[in-house]
Every structure is written in C-alpha cells, then in structure tokens.
Design a protein around this ligand. Structure first.
Ligand code: NDP
Length: 324
C-alpha cells in the first residue's frame, strides 16, 4: 500500500480506501462485509468511507459491528461519515440538511452506530442552500474542538462555496474544510481536473474520490447485460440501474476501445481504470466499492499498474474516451 497526505494536513491515508455505499446491507450481510474489511485492512487500507444515508444507517451499523468483531486497533484506521440526506425515509426538516442541529445529531448517531468515540473525517454530503455558511463552519469547528471529529470537508460542493467556507473560517479563527469528496473516473473528470485544482494547490484540500469505476461500468461487466449479483439489481436502486445502463449505451464505443486497450496491456479494465485515477497526484485516496474479494484483488492490482503507467499510455487511455 502507499499513503498520501490529506492535502496540507498531517493525516496519511492509504491511496486505496474502501466504501460501503449500496454494498453493505443491500448486497452484503455482516459475514461478507467482515471478510472484505479484513482483506482491506490486511492490505494496508486505512480509510473506510460511510454516510448516514447509506441503507439508512444500517451500513454504519454493519461497519461498526465488523470493526469491533475484527478487533482492529483504533489507531490503525480512519472512518468517515457524511451528513445531509438523513438516515430515515422521508426525513423531517431537522433530520436532514446541514443545520447545526442536524450536523450534531447526525455526528452523534454515526458515532453510536459505528461504536466509535470520534470520526476521523466528517463530510457535508451536499451543499445546503437553506443554511448559512457561517452556521456550517462554526458547527464543524465546534465538533472538532469537542473531539468528536478530526477533519471536516465537503462532498460535491461547487468550488466557489468551498472558497466561501474557507474564507469564513480563516477570517474568524475557525478550522477550515480539509477535503472534498467528488466523483472522479474516466467518464467524470471536469470537477477534479478543472474546477477544484485551486482548492488543492492554494488551499491545501485533499481529495477522497468516489466511483472510480462509475458503478462498475468501466470494468466492462455490463457489456453483455447485467450479472444477477450486481448492484444494479439491488432493491431500491432501480434509478441507478437506469442511469448506468443509459450511460453504457452512450459510451459503448469508448468502453469497447478501453477494454481492448486494457487487454493489450495485460490488465483487467477495472484495474486500469483505478490506476488511471491514482496517477493524478491531487487525488489523496480512491475509494473502492467492491462486493467480492476477487474484485478487491483486481482493484489492489492498480497500485503496481499505476507505477508502470507512462505519459504515452495515459494518453492512449484518455484517447479511448475522446469521442463516441
Ligand atoms: P465503483 O465505481 O468502483 O463501483 C463499485 C462497484 O463496481 C462494485 O460494487 C462492483 O459492483 C463493481 N466492481 C468493483 N470492482 C470490480 C471489479 N474489479 N470487476 C468488476 N466489477 C467491479 O465505486 P462506488 O460507486 O461503490 O463508490 C465507491 C465509494 O465511494 C462508495 O462505497 C462510497 O463510500 C463513496 N461514494 C461517495 C459518494 C458521495 O456522494 N460522496 C457517492 C457515491 C459513492 P457489483 O457489486 O455489482 O459487482
């Protein structure tokens, strides 16, 4: 495993981390989740990503149970949660969003579900136009000073709003956001490569990027239809199935070219897609999603492959997606 600093902070995260969205509770029970978390920790993964909204809190409960069951030393791993969407169906106004009340309640609830004393990373999962930036920043600063959170950040916020939060924090002696969590993969590059670089370069933010395979699409697994055990068949994720399959149809030629290139390089397309994310030094950690140990192994192989990617190969990879 390799480790990178979370932006300008002193925290070193493994460049490959593991997230639980869709998989925990919807696809996997505690036994299988335990196996995957153990495999990640054995391989040096030190960051597990979670959120209040994943399976309405059940994903956090499973991760908490697994961490206790595996008896992993608390100082050997980091855990996140994210607040915004709520952890119940049809949340009331105080059960969602980024108000001081919900940020604090969601933090306490995540700690209880995961049986932790503190969250290493705590994210505002989306911007909330109903809450003043001052309220969000002062709340996050307070949660850090109370020892409940170590670093706070945002997910999928426009760069201008992150800058507003940073300016308010610095102007008032408060702790500024330390990281963003954007989507980043060969099909979604704009935010990380064009919008956020000033945040990374000038303000020291780290990036914990999500969906490196675009929900599995870049692995080529949906070329011949949807496998039975896929997340696209999970109950309640019909919207994701529709989205991913529509995307597949739009970028079909790109995916074929990419699979052929991976083949020529002797790598699985999933491995190559993750290696491509890793080659960007502004990415702190690529959050993997995987529902099987074999998928994790293929994804870990991206570490070695990344070391062998030269500029010409990166150009060939990107050329696969230049047009469709
Ligand atoms: P990916 O894009 O990597 O998709 C993961 C899925 O792809 C797996 O569940 C599996 O699907 C399939 N897959 C993984 N590896 C392989 C492989 N080697 N070969 C074939 N198929 C493979 O990541 P996610 O979309 O899961 O995102 C990762 C994490 O990022 C999430 O768990 C979550 O923690 C975070 N996230 C954050 C968001 C945010 O708004 N901040 C939004 C979304 C995710 P299957 O199970 O069907 O086989």
């Amino acid at each position: 495993m390799q480790y990178r600093r979370l932006g300008s902070s002193g925290l070193q995260l493994s460049v490959l981390s593991y997230g639980t969205w869709v998989t925990f509770a919807n696809q996997l029970g505690r036994g299988e989740a335990r196996e995957l978390v153990a495999q990640c920790h054995d391989r040096g993964v030190n960051f597990f990503d979670n959120a209040e909204t994943y399976a309405n809190g059940e994903s956090e409960r499973i991760l908490g149970d697994v961490l206790v069951d595996l008896r992993l030393p608390r100082d050997s791993f980091c855990v996140s949660s994210k607040a915004f969407f709520g952890a119940v169906d049809a949340p009331r106004p105080t059960q969602r969003g980024l108000s001081r009340k919900h940020l604090r309640d969601a933090c306490d609830q995540a700690l209880a579900r995961m049986r932790l004393d503190y969250l290493d990373l705590y994210f505002c999962h989306r911007p909330d136009p109903e809450v003043p930036i001052a309220e969000i920043v002062t709340t996050m600063d307070l949660l850090i000073r109370q020892g409940k959170v170590l670093y706070w950040g945002t997910s999928e916020w426009p760069a201008a709003l992150v800058l507003e939060a940073i300016a308010f924090a610095r102007g008032n002696g408060l702790i500024a956001p330390q990281m963003e969590q954007p989507q980043y993969n060969l099909l979604e590059r704009a935010r990380v490569e064009h919008e956020y670089p000033p945040l990374f370069r000038e303000h020291g933010l780290g990036a914990t990027v999500w969906s490196p395979l675009a929900s599995g699409l870049l692995s080529g697994k949906y070329a011949q239809g949807v496998p039975d055990d896929s997340r696209l068949n999970a109950e309640g994720y019909e919207w994701l199935r529709k989205l991913v399959l529509a995307r597949r149809d739009t970028v079909q030629q790109s995916l074929l070219r990419f699979s052929a290139l991976a083949d020529a390089l002797g790598a699985a397309p999933a491995t190559l897609a993750i290696a491509w994310c890793l080659r960007n030094p502004q990415v702190t950690t690529v959050i993997l999603g995987a529902s099987k140990p074999t998928q994790l192994e293929a994804n870990f192989a991206a570490l070695d492959l990344c070391a062998r990617l030269d500029a010409a190969t990166v150009a060939r990879i990107e050329a696969c997606f230049a047009s469709d």
